[in-house]
Design a protein around this ligand. Structure first.
Ligand SMILES: NC(=O)c1ccc[n+]([C@@H]2O[C@H](COP(=O)([O-])OP(=O)(O)OC[C@H]3O[C@@H](n4cnc5c(N)ncnc54)[C@H](OP(=O)(O)O)[C@@H]3O)[C@@H](O)[C@H]2O)c1
Length: 319
């Protein structure tokens, strides 16, 4: 798997929760991750051919990148692909803030190139997008994409890169049964028409669409995600019940059906994996075939759940 070609697996692995410090109940997720558990995740993912790892400098302010670099060291660099991001809000004040942030990511990840480098959000498209061009020319970055951009901003970024002979090679947005803003805004259709892979993040709504959490067993109370989701869990349970009932017919679990839905919609899900058995779930999810009727039924129930799961960092995609 050469860095020149982005080979996209059925699903990518997300590492935001790896930025927590590992203590149960602490941090954004409070998942109680352990170093041994992350190493097992890496081994299982490697064995399953899940070779694309998504991270960002801001996940634990470097901690997720450092851990990811450490646990992937056991594999040849050509056996996995790294996806990380330039976050405008964390930019420094030098003449080359994007190049500088990339250097920090390279050092933490223990590599000299990034397979997929993203502009994390559209803070200033005209300012940040052109700064990707020298990184592509130097080979330190093999492919580029944009995240949290609306359709107009994606087209602008594509035009700016096009002036130097490059293009947006992927889009990464929040996309789940409960948050279909990118679909409604025509971004999925645009990506399909331009042969641009669409990566869906928070497909499991940070655990709320796994069936693990509900009104009787909420998310860890001192984690940040609990502040968003715990109050919504009573309304969301209609959807997790529907996911579970479809899963029962297929011999699949609730998170597997949530993930299979995104795959069926043409997206590449980035799933935040915190336990080794989540990797098994990802593999099974890619083997499930949902029928068109399943998709219609799931979306119909999802539409009756009147909650907003838009992240505090996101804007509406429909403009
Ligand atoms: N570009 C952006 O702005 C942006 C924003 C958000 C996320 N992302 C990327 O997308 C990734 C995914 O998003 P996310 O991690 O926030 O949320 P997510 O994938 O929707 O949910 C992750 C949570 O779901 C649970 N889970 C995962 N697999 C499971 C399985 N097979 N069975 C049961 N539970 C399972 C885990 O909860 P427990 O730990 O409680 O078990 C995990 O913490 C991130 O890690 C990050 O790489 C990007």
């Amino acid at each position: 798997m050469s860095g020149e070609h982005l080979t996209i697996p059925t699903a990518a692995i997300g590492t935001w929760a790896w930025g927590d410090n590992g203590e149960p109940g602490y941090g954004y997720f409070g998942s109680g991750i352990s170093r041994a558990g992350l190493e097992e995740i890496a081994d299982k993912a490697h064995a399953a051919g899940l070779h694309l790892w998504d991270t960002a400098i801001v996940y634990g302010m470097g901690r997720a990148e450092t851990l990811l670099g450490e646990v992937l060291k056991r594999f040849a660099r050509s056996d996995y692909q790294l996806s990380t991001k330039f976050t405008p809000q964390a930019a420094g004040t030098s003449d080359h803030p994007v190049a500088d942030m990339l250097e920090q990511s390279l050092a933490r990840l223990g590599t000299d190139y990034i397979d997929m480098y993203w502009i994390h959000n559209p803070a200033d498209v005209a300012r940040w997008t052109p700064q990707l061009i020298p990184l592509l020319e130097s080979g330190k970055v093999k492919h580029v994409g944009v995240s949290n951009h609306n359709l107009r901003e994606i087209e602008l970024a594509n035009r700016l890169l096009g002036e130097a002979g490059f293009r947006i090679e992927a889009v990464q947005n929040h996309y789940s049964l409960l948050h279909r803003s990118s679909e409604r805004a025509g971004i999925l259709d645009y990506c399909r028409s331009q042969s641009i892979p669409f990566f869906a993040y928070m497909v499991l709504e940070q655990g709320a669409l796994t069936g693990k959490y509900g009104p009787a067993n909420p998310m860890p109370s001192d984690s940040d995600r609990a502040g968003t989701y715990n109050a919504l869990l009573p309304q969301i349970s209609a959807l997790t019940q529907k996911l579970a009932s479809i899963g029962e017919r297929l011999g699949a679990t609730t998170p597997e059906v949530s993930t299979a839905w995104a795959i069926a919609k043409g997206a590449t899900p980035i799933i935040g994996v915190t336990r080794p058995n989540h990797v098994d779930g990802l593999v099974r999810a890619s083997q499930i075939t949902l029928t068109p009727e399943d998709l219609v039924e799931l979306e119909a129930v999802a539409d009756t759940v009147k909650v907003s799961t838009r992240g505090w960092w996101e804007r509406e995609m429909v403009v």
